[in-house]
Design a protein around this ligand. Structure first.
Ligand SMILES: [Zn+2]
Length: 421
Protein backbone atom coordinates (compact mmCIF):
# COMPACT_ATOMS: atom_id res chain seq x y z
CA UNK A 1 0.00 0.00 0.00
CA UNK A 2 1.27 3.47 -0.92
CA UNK A 3 -0.04 7.00 -0.44
CA UNK A 4 0.98 10.23 -2.13
CA UNK A 5 0.08 13.49 -0.42
CA UNK A 6 0.28 16.14 -3.15
CA UNK A 7 1.11 19.81 -2.73
CA UNK A 8 0.71 20.23 1.03
CA UNK A 9 2.41 22.94 3.06
CA UNK A 10 5.41 21.40 4.83
CA UNK A 11 7.86 23.60 6.78
CA UNK A 12 6.72 26.63 4.80
CA UNK A 13 7.15 25.00 1.36
CA UNK A 14 4.66 23.26 -0.93
CA UNK A 15 5.78 19.63 -1.03
CA UNK A 16 4.56 16.17 -1.97
CA UNK A 17 5.16 13.28 0.39
CA UNK A 18 5.24 9.62 -0.60
CA UNK A 19 4.39 6.93 1.94
CA UNK A 20 4.96 3.24 1.44
CA UNK A 21 4.10 0.60 4.02
CA UNK A 22 4.31 2.18 7.47
CA UNK A 23 6.93 4.85 6.66
CA UNK A 24 7.57 8.11 4.86
CA UNK A 25 9.79 7.17 1.89
CA UNK A 26 10.24 10.31 -0.21
CA UNK A 27 9.68 14.01 0.26
CA UNK A 28 9.64 16.27 -2.81
CA UNK A 29 8.81 13.75 -5.55
CA UNK A 30 5.43 12.99 -7.07
CA UNK A 31 5.54 9.21 -7.22
CA UNK A 32 2.53 7.21 -8.44
CA UNK A 33 0.65 5.69 -5.51
CA UNK A 34 -2.41 3.56 -4.69
CA UNK A 35 -4.02 6.51 -2.92
CA UNK A 36 -3.50 10.18 -3.82
CA UNK A 37 -4.52 12.88 -1.34
CA UNK A 38 -4.80 16.49 -2.45
CA UNK A 39 -2.97 18.56 0.16
CA UNK A 40 -3.84 21.96 -1.31
CA UNK A 41 -4.57 24.54 1.43
CA UNK A 42 -3.47 22.03 4.04
CA UNK A 43 -0.49 21.92 6.38
CA UNK A 44 1.20 18.53 6.69
CA UNK A 45 2.32 17.89 10.27
CA UNK A 46 3.24 14.99 12.54
CA UNK A 47 0.28 13.57 14.49
CA UNK A 48 0.08 14.60 18.14
CA UNK A 49 1.30 12.22 20.85
CA UNK A 50 -0.78 12.07 24.05
CA UNK A 51 1.63 10.72 26.66
CA UNK A 52 -0.74 10.33 29.60
CA UNK A 53 -4.34 9.19 29.48
CA UNK A 54 -6.86 6.70 30.81
CA UNK A 55 -8.76 6.27 27.54
CA UNK A 56 -11.86 4.39 28.69
CA UNK A 57 -12.61 7.14 31.22
CA UNK A 58 -14.42 8.77 28.29
CA UNK A 59 -17.40 6.84 29.72
CA UNK A 60 -17.29 9.20 32.75
CA UNK A 61 -17.13 12.41 30.73
CA UNK A 62 -19.53 14.96 32.32
CA UNK A 63 -20.59 12.39 34.93
CA UNK A 64 -19.17 14.32 37.90
CA UNK A 65 -17.56 17.76 37.79
CA UNK A 66 -17.01 20.75 40.09
CA UNK A 67 -16.74 18.55 43.18
CA UNK A 68 -14.16 18.44 45.98
CA UNK A 69 -11.43 15.95 45.00
CA UNK A 70 -12.06 13.38 47.76
CA UNK A 71 -15.85 13.55 47.26
CA UNK A 72 -15.42 13.25 43.53
CA UNK A 73 -13.20 10.17 43.88
CA UNK A 74 -15.04 8.45 46.73
CA UNK A 75 -18.66 9.05 45.78
CA UNK A 76 -18.46 9.09 41.99
CA UNK A 77 -15.32 7.90 40.21
CA UNK A 78 -14.20 4.91 42.33
CA UNK A 79 -17.72 3.39 42.68
CA UNK A 80 -18.22 3.71 38.92
CA UNK A 81 -14.78 2.27 38.15
CA UNK A 82 -15.56 -0.69 40.41
CA UNK A 83 -18.48 -1.54 38.08
CA UNK A 84 -16.47 -1.42 34.84
CA UNK A 85 -16.65 -4.62 32.81
CA UNK A 86 -14.18 -5.63 30.08
CA UNK A 87 -16.78 -4.77 27.42
CA UNK A 88 -17.05 -1.22 28.84
CA UNK A 89 -13.30 -0.74 28.50
CA UNK A 90 -13.57 -1.83 24.88
CA UNK A 91 -16.28 0.74 23.99
CA UNK A 92 -14.79 3.49 26.16
CA UNK A 93 -11.42 3.04 24.45
CA UNK A 94 -13.10 2.97 21.03
CA UNK A 95 -14.76 6.29 21.84
CA UNK A 96 -11.42 7.70 23.01
CA UNK A 97 -9.73 6.55 19.79
CA UNK A 98 -12.48 8.14 17.72
CA UNK A 99 -12.08 11.43 19.57
CA UNK A 100 -8.29 11.29 19.23
CA UNK A 101 -8.47 10.57 15.50
CA UNK A 102 -10.88 13.48 15.03
CA UNK A 103 -8.54 15.83 16.90
CA UNK A 104 -5.21 14.85 15.35
CA UNK A 105 -3.68 12.43 17.86
CA UNK A 106 -1.97 9.45 16.24
CA UNK A 107 -0.34 7.89 19.30
CA UNK A 108 -1.14 7.67 23.02
CA UNK A 109 0.20 6.28 26.27
CA UNK A 110 -2.62 4.69 28.24
CA UNK A 111 -2.96 3.27 31.75
CA UNK A 112 -6.21 1.68 32.90
CA UNK A 113 -7.84 -1.69 33.61
CA UNK A 114 -8.71 -4.72 31.41
CA UNK A 115 -6.07 -3.43 29.00
CA UNK A 116 -6.32 -6.46 26.74
CA UNK A 117 -9.75 -5.07 25.80
CA UNK A 118 -8.23 -1.62 25.25
CA UNK A 119 -5.66 -3.29 22.99
CA UNK A 120 -8.44 -4.89 20.95
CA UNK A 121 -10.08 -1.48 20.51
CA UNK A 122 -6.79 0.17 19.49
CA UNK A 123 -5.99 -2.61 17.05
CA UNK A 124 -9.34 -2.11 15.32
CA UNK A 125 -9.16 1.70 15.31
CA UNK A 126 -5.68 1.78 13.75
CA UNK A 127 -3.91 4.12 16.20
CA UNK A 128 -0.51 3.60 17.81
CA UNK A 129 -0.48 3.09 21.58
CA UNK A 130 1.59 2.10 24.58
CA UNK A 131 -0.72 0.23 26.96
CA UNK A 132 -0.18 -0.50 30.65
CA UNK A 133 -2.45 -2.34 33.04
CA UNK A 134 -2.88 -0.01 36.02
CA UNK A 135 -1.19 -1.63 39.03
CA UNK A 136 -2.58 -0.93 42.51
CA UNK A 137 -1.97 -3.10 45.60
CA UNK A 138 -2.71 -0.48 48.27
CA UNK A 139 0.58 -1.73 49.77
CA UNK A 140 -0.89 -5.04 50.86
CA UNK A 141 1.31 -8.14 50.48
CA UNK A 142 -1.45 -10.50 49.34
CA UNK A 143 -2.85 -7.96 46.92
CA UNK A 144 0.68 -7.43 45.62
CA UNK A 145 1.10 -11.06 44.57
CA UNK A 146 -2.37 -11.18 43.08
CA UNK A 147 -1.88 -7.93 41.16
CA UNK A 148 1.53 -8.97 39.85
CA UNK A 149 0.05 -12.19 38.51
CA UNK A 150 -2.77 -10.32 36.82
CA UNK A 151 -0.60 -7.58 35.37
CA UNK A 152 1.80 -10.15 33.88
CA UNK A 153 -1.05 -12.11 32.34
CA UNK A 154 -2.62 -9.02 30.72
CA UNK A 155 0.76 -7.74 29.50
CA UNK A 156 1.60 -11.12 27.97
CA UNK A 157 -1.77 -11.16 26.24
CA UNK A 158 -1.13 -7.74 24.70
CA UNK A 159 2.37 -8.77 23.59
CA UNK A 160 0.97 -11.97 22.08
CA UNK A 161 -1.22 -9.90 19.71
CA UNK A 162 2.00 -9.04 17.86
CA UNK A 163 0.51 -5.81 16.59
CA UNK A 164 3.43 -3.54 15.68
CA UNK A 165 1.37 -0.44 16.59
CA UNK A 166 0.71 -1.65 20.15
CA UNK A 167 3.49 -1.74 22.74
CA UNK A 168 2.88 -3.08 26.26
CA UNK A 169 4.18 -1.24 29.34
CA UNK A 170 4.08 -1.65 33.13
CA UNK A 171 1.75 0.68 35.01
CA UNK A 172 2.47 1.15 38.73
CA UNK A 173 -0.20 3.71 39.65
CA UNK A 174 1.72 5.88 42.18
CA UNK A 175 3.96 5.68 45.26
CA UNK A 176 0.97 5.94 47.59
CA UNK A 177 -0.93 3.03 45.99
CA UNK A 178 1.92 0.61 45.25
CA UNK A 179 4.14 -1.18 47.79
CA UNK A 180 7.92 -1.02 47.72
CA UNK A 181 8.10 -4.75 46.92
CA UNK A 182 5.79 -4.33 43.94
CA UNK A 183 7.74 -1.32 42.68
CA UNK A 184 10.92 -3.44 42.79
CA UNK A 185 9.16 -6.32 41.03
CA UNK A 186 7.81 -4.07 38.27
CA UNK A 187 11.21 -2.46 37.77
CA UNK A 188 12.65 -5.97 37.45
CA UNK A 189 9.98 -6.86 34.88
CA UNK A 190 10.81 -3.68 32.96
CA UNK A 191 14.51 -4.64 32.96
CA UNK A 192 13.64 -8.10 31.64
CA UNK A 193 11.20 -7.00 28.94
CA UNK A 194 12.46 -3.52 28.04
CA UNK A 195 8.91 -2.19 28.43
CA UNK A 196 8.35 1.30 29.82
CA UNK A 197 7.14 2.09 33.35
CA UNK A 198 4.19 4.50 33.23
CA UNK A 199 3.43 6.07 36.61
CA UNK A 200 1.90 9.10 38.35
CA UNK A 201 4.39 11.23 40.31
CA UNK A 202 4.04 14.17 42.71
CA UNK A 203 0.67 15.34 41.42
CA UNK A 204 -0.58 16.73 44.74
CA UNK A 205 1.06 18.31 47.76
CA UNK A 206 -0.66 15.75 49.99
CA UNK A 207 1.04 12.72 48.40
CA UNK A 208 4.45 14.43 48.57
CA UNK A 209 4.04 15.27 52.25
CA UNK A 210 2.82 11.77 53.11
CA UNK A 211 5.81 10.24 51.33
CA UNK A 212 8.20 12.56 53.19
CA UNK A 213 6.56 11.79 56.55
CA UNK A 214 6.80 8.07 55.92
CA UNK A 215 10.16 7.64 54.20
CA UNK A 216 11.92 10.92 54.98
CA UNK A 217 12.26 11.46 51.23
CA UNK A 218 10.36 13.17 48.44
CA UNK A 219 8.70 10.72 45.99
CA UNK A 220 11.26 10.99 43.18
CA UNK A 221 14.16 10.65 45.65
CA UNK A 222 12.45 7.65 47.24
CA UNK A 223 12.08 6.05 43.79
CA UNK A 224 15.69 6.81 42.87
CA UNK A 225 16.98 5.25 46.09
CA UNK A 226 14.85 2.18 45.38
CA UNK A 227 16.69 1.86 42.07
CA UNK A 228 13.38 2.37 40.27
CA UNK A 229 14.13 5.44 38.15
CA UNK A 230 15.63 5.06 34.68
CA UNK A 231 15.17 6.38 31.15
CA UNK A 232 12.35 3.85 30.78
CA UNK A 233 10.23 5.79 33.32
CA UNK A 234 7.42 7.99 31.99
CA UNK A 235 6.13 9.97 34.96
CA UNK A 236 2.83 11.83 34.76
CA UNK A 237 2.32 15.26 36.38
CA UNK A 238 5.49 16.12 38.35
CA UNK A 239 3.77 19.21 39.74
CA UNK A 240 5.15 19.30 43.29
CA UNK A 241 8.75 18.42 42.43
CA UNK A 242 11.47 20.09 44.48
CA UNK A 243 15.05 20.62 43.32
CA UNK A 244 16.30 17.28 44.73
CA UNK A 245 13.59 15.46 42.76
CA UNK A 246 14.33 17.35 39.56
CA UNK A 247 18.01 16.42 39.97
CA UNK A 248 17.06 12.76 40.51
CA UNK A 249 14.92 12.72 37.36
CA UNK A 250 17.67 14.42 35.32
CA UNK A 251 20.38 12.04 36.60
CA UNK A 252 18.40 8.92 35.75
CA UNK A 253 16.94 10.07 32.41
CA UNK A 254 13.34 9.69 33.60
CA UNK A 255 10.71 11.59 31.59
CA UNK A 256 7.92 13.86 32.78
CA UNK A 257 4.52 14.22 31.12
CA UNK A 258 2.82 17.55 31.70
CA UNK A 259 -1.00 17.54 32.01
CA UNK A 260 -1.93 21.22 32.33
CA UNK A 261 -5.70 20.91 31.86
CA UNK A 262 -6.10 18.12 34.41
CA UNK A 263 -3.82 19.95 36.88
CA UNK A 264 -5.89 23.12 36.63
CA UNK A 265 -9.26 21.37 36.73
CA UNK A 266 -8.31 19.26 39.77
CA UNK A 267 -6.79 22.37 41.36
CA UNK A 268 -3.47 20.77 42.29
CA UNK A 269 -2.39 24.11 43.66
CA UNK A 270 0.56 25.13 41.53
CA UNK A 271 2.10 24.88 38.09
CA UNK A 272 4.62 22.17 37.22
CA UNK A 273 8.16 23.68 37.53
CA UNK A 274 8.48 23.95 33.77
CA UNK A 275 11.54 26.19 33.48
CA UNK A 276 13.46 24.27 36.16
CA UNK A 277 12.73 20.91 34.52
CA UNK A 278 13.82 22.21 31.12
CA UNK A 279 16.97 23.75 32.56
CA UNK A 280 17.84 20.43 34.20
CA UNK A 281 17.36 18.64 30.87
CA UNK A 282 14.43 16.45 31.93
CA UNK A 283 12.63 15.35 28.71
CA UNK A 284 9.10 16.82 28.67
CA UNK A 285 5.98 15.80 26.80
CA UNK A 286 2.25 16.50 27.03
CA UNK A 287 -0.86 14.56 28.00
CA UNK A 288 -4.55 15.13 28.55
CA UNK A 289 -5.05 12.70 31.47
CA UNK A 290 -8.39 10.87 31.52
CA UNK A 291 -11.65 12.37 30.30
CA UNK A 292 -13.01 12.59 33.86
CA UNK A 293 -10.37 15.14 34.80
CA UNK A 294 -10.05 17.09 31.54
CA UNK A 295 -12.81 16.40 30.00
CA UNK A 296 -11.49 16.42 26.46
CA UNK A 297 -8.82 14.37 24.70
CA UNK A 298 -8.17 17.20 22.23
CA UNK A 299 -4.40 17.80 22.40
CA UNK A 300 -4.79 21.22 20.75
CA UNK A 301 -6.45 22.42 23.96
CA UNK A 302 -3.56 20.95 25.94
CA UNK A 303 -1.03 22.83 23.77
CA UNK A 304 -2.74 26.13 24.51
CA UNK A 305 -3.23 25.49 28.24
CA UNK A 306 0.43 24.44 28.61
CA UNK A 307 1.69 27.65 27.06
CA UNK A 308 -0.74 29.91 28.92
CA UNK A 309 -0.28 28.23 32.30
CA UNK A 310 3.47 28.83 32.30
CA UNK A 311 3.19 32.38 31.05
CA UNK A 312 0.69 33.07 33.82
CA UNK A 313 2.60 31.23 36.57
CA UNK A 314 5.96 32.83 35.73
CA UNK A 315 4.62 36.31 35.01
CA UNK A 316 6.55 36.13 31.75
CA UNK A 317 4.90 36.51 28.33
CA UNK A 318 7.88 34.85 26.63
CA UNK A 319 7.60 31.61 28.65
CA UNK A 320 6.66 28.32 26.91
CA UNK A 321 6.72 29.64 23.30
CA UNK A 322 4.68 28.01 20.55
CA UNK A 323 7.35 26.01 18.70
CA UNK A 324 8.65 24.56 21.97
CA UNK A 325 5.12 23.56 23.02
CA UNK A 326 4.34 22.06 19.61
CA UNK A 327 7.50 19.95 19.83
CA UNK A 328 6.53 18.74 23.30
CA UNK A 329 3.21 17.60 21.82
CA UNK A 330 4.81 15.72 18.92
CA UNK A 331 8.49 14.71 18.83
CA UNK A 332 8.78 15.11 22.63
CA UNK A 333 6.03 12.54 23.07
CA UNK A 334 7.56 10.18 20.52
CA UNK A 335 10.93 10.34 22.30
CA UNK A 336 9.33 9.78 25.71
CA UNK A 337 7.78 6.58 24.36
CA UNK A 338 10.85 5.54 22.38
CA UNK A 339 8.92 5.53 19.09
CA UNK A 340 10.09 6.70 15.66
CA UNK A 341 7.12 8.98 14.99
CA UNK A 342 6.46 12.66 15.76
CA UNK A 343 8.36 14.06 12.76
CA UNK A 344 7.74 14.44 9.02
CA UNK A 345 11.00 13.13 7.60
CA UNK A 346 12.06 10.41 5.19
CA UNK A 347 12.37 7.11 7.05
CA UNK A 348 10.10 8.08 9.95
CA UNK A 349 6.86 6.26 10.73
CA UNK A 350 3.98 7.71 8.68
CA UNK A 351 1.89 9.11 11.56
CA UNK A 352 0.65 12.35 10.00
CA UNK A 353 -2.14 14.89 9.95
CA UNK A 354 -3.36 17.37 7.37
CA UNK A 355 -4.60 20.59 8.95
CA UNK A 356 -7.15 22.63 7.01
CA UNK A 357 -5.75 26.15 6.58
CA UNK A 358 -9.06 27.46 5.23
CA UNK A 359 -10.79 27.32 8.61
CA UNK A 360 -11.70 30.83 9.84
CA UNK A 361 -9.53 30.50 12.96
CA UNK A 362 -6.46 29.55 10.86
CA UNK A 363 -6.63 32.74 8.71
CA UNK A 364 -4.37 34.63 8.22
CA UNK A 365 -1.39 32.32 8.58
CA UNK A 366 1.44 34.68 9.55
CA UNK A 367 2.79 31.96 11.80
CA UNK A 368 1.58 28.37 11.63
CA UNK A 369 2.76 27.41 15.15
CA UNK A 370 0.98 30.41 16.66
CA UNK A 371 -2.21 29.32 14.94
CA UNK A 372 -1.78 25.69 15.99
CA UNK A 373 -1.16 26.49 19.66
CA UNK A 374 -3.33 29.56 20.26
CA UNK A 375 -6.15 29.48 17.67
CA UNK A 376 -6.73 25.92 16.53
CA UNK A 377 -8.92 23.19 17.94
CA UNK A 378 -8.84 19.53 16.96
CA UNK A 379 -11.57 20.38 14.48
CA UNK A 380 -8.95 21.77 12.08
CA UNK A 381 -7.68 18.26 11.32
CA UNK A 382 -9.04 17.11 7.96
CA UNK A 383 -7.07 13.92 7.38
CA UNK A 384 -5.19 11.56 9.69
CA UNK A 385 -2.75 8.83 8.71
CA UNK A 386 -1.33 6.36 11.22
CA UNK A 387 1.23 3.67 10.41
CA UNK A 388 0.83 4.48 6.73
CA UNK A 389 -2.96 4.00 6.73
CA UNK A 390 -5.65 6.64 6.29
CA UNK A 391 -7.88 6.61 9.40
CA UNK A 392 -9.75 9.82 8.60
CA UNK A 393 -10.29 11.76 5.37
CA UNK A 394 -12.56 14.84 5.02
CA UNK A 395 -13.24 14.28 8.75
CA UNK A 396 -14.95 10.94 8.05
CA UNK A 397 -14.04 8.01 10.30
CA UNK A 398 -15.32 4.52 9.62
CA UNK A 399 -17.79 3.16 12.17
CA UNK A 400 -18.33 6.49 13.94
CA UNK A 401 -22.12 6.11 14.42
CA UNK A 402 -21.86 2.68 16.01
CA UNK A 403 -19.13 3.82 18.43
CA UNK A 404 -21.15 6.83 19.58
CA UNK A 405 -24.19 4.67 20.17
CA UNK A 406 -22.49 1.73 21.92
CA UNK A 407 -20.24 3.93 24.07
CA UNK A 408 -23.19 6.08 25.24
CA UNK A 409 -25.19 3.07 26.29
CA UNK A 410 -22.15 1.48 28.01
CA UNK A 411 -21.66 4.78 29.90
CA UNK A 412 -25.29 4.91 30.99
CA UNK A 413 -25.25 1.27 32.10
CA UNK A 414 -22.07 1.49 34.16
CA UNK A 415 -23.11 4.68 35.96
CA UNK A 416 -26.55 3.17 36.64
CA UNK A 417 -24.92 0.05 38.12
CA UNK A 418 -22.69 2.31 40.25
CA UNK A 419 -25.57 4.35 41.66
CA UNK A 420 -27.48 1.18 42.57
CA UNK A 421 -24.47 0.05 44.60
ZN1 LIG B 1 -3.65 10.02 35.32
Amino acid sequence: MSILIRDALLDGRVESVYIEGDRIREIGKKIEADTVIDGKNMALLPGLVNVHTHAAMTLFRSYADDMKLQDWLQTKIWPAEAKLRPEDIYWGTKLACLEMIKSGTTCFNDMYFHMDMAAKAVQEMGLRAVLSEGFIDMRDREASEESLKKTRAVTEKIAAMRCTRIVPAWGPHAVYTVSQESLRALKQLSDETGYLLHMHLSETQKEVEECKAETGKSPAKYLEDLGFLSDRCVMAHGVWLDSTEIAALARTGAKVVHNPVSNMKLAVGKAMPYAELRRAGVPLSLGTDGAASNNSLDMFQTLKFASLLHKFASNDQTAAPTKEIWEMGTIGGAKALGLDCGRVEEGALADLILVDLRRAFMVPNHDLYSNLVYAASGDCVDTLICDGKVLMMNRQVEGEEEILEKASSAALDVTRRASHG
